[in-house]
Design a protein around this ligand. Structure first.
Ligand SMILES: Nc1ccn([C@@H]2O[C@H](COP(=O)(O)OP(=O)(O)OP(=O)(O)O)[C@@H](O)[C@H]2O)c(=O)n1
Ligand SMILES: C[C@](O)(CO)[C@H](O)COP(=O)(O)O
Length: 225
């Protein structure tokens, strides 16, 4: 089985919940755009990622070109145009890897800039060993489900909050992304799980997804500790 590693960093969204003047992947975090932090994490030589694919809204290609020039980015990567949904953006990123024979591919949100290297490494290894692996953490708050009558307590010890990276055997992910898109897909595990069991890897509470303005403040604080 091929030990090659690939990564698709999806940054094709518009950041409506952030409500900023530009997509949140380009907002500055500790002196650099969010997406550049994420790219640097995956480019760490210890991870041995052979090909990095960055998925962006087509209309933001020039923004990214300018960022790469301004910050003198020399990390080799391919830029691919995103789609209307995260699913479509991942599918477009995967197309870039079509010629590869096998290996393990990580799909990661471009807006998760603080992922510890240990979590990325552990998820790649589990993806290689089990075919499909995702980083996840135990909820820290109590959780309630909603029903017609109101709400009811859920047993949080039986729940996990799912993060990225999500790592898969390349051929498995390619097969899963040939199936039609469902509205229930929120991540790659939900796309793959009808074809293959999903192995959970210990994620990290620092692995924030920058979604709303307070996430940027938290990320800034975590980077400066
Ligand atoms: N059509 C899309 C939608 C989302 N994403 C990416 O998927 C990740 C997780 O999505 P989310 O946090 O929802 O980002 P946005 O869609 O940009 O945010 P919002 O839902 O608030 O508009 C982000 O890195 C985002 O750029 C993508 O590549 N293509
Ligand atoms: C993929 C993901 O980050 C895992 O937690 C999440 O599902 C993305 O969801 P969003 O609604 O696109 O923010």
């Amino acid at each position: 089985m091929s030990k090659n590693r690939y990564a698709i960093l999806v940054a094709g969204g518009s950041g409506t919940r952030m409500g900023a003047d530009r997509p949140k992947q380009f907002l500055e975090l500790a002196g650099e755009p969010v997406l550049l932090h994420t790219l640097r994490r995956f480019a760490a030589p210890e991870l041995r990622v052979q090909e990095l694919v960055v998925v962006l809204p087509a209309e933001q290609f020039t923004t990214w070109q300018r960022i790469c020039a301004d910050y003198q980015v020399t990390i080799p990567h391919t830029v691919v145009a995103g789609g209307a949904t995260r699913w479509a953006s991942v599918r477009n990123g995967l197309a870039q890897l079509a010629s590869h024979e096998g290996g393990t591919v990580a799909v990661h949100d471009g807006v998760r800039p603080l992922t510890p290297q240990s979590v990325i490494e552990a998820t790649y290894q589990a993806g290689y060993n089990h075919g499909a692996a995702v980083a996840a953490v135990v909820p820290k708050d109590s959780v309630r489900g909603l029903n017609q009558q109101g709400s009811y307590a859920l047993n949080r010890s039986r729940l996990r909050l799912v993060q990225t990276p999500q790592c898969f055997e390349l051929n498995l992910l390619q097969r899963a992304y040939k199936l039609p898109e469902l509205t229930t897909f929120t991540d790659d595990a939900s796309v793959v799980e009808d074809l293959h069991p999903i192995h959970l890897v210990e994620g990290d509470y620092r692995n924030l997804k920058i979604t709303t303005p307070e996430d940027l403040l938290l990320a800034e604080a975590l980077l400066h500790r």
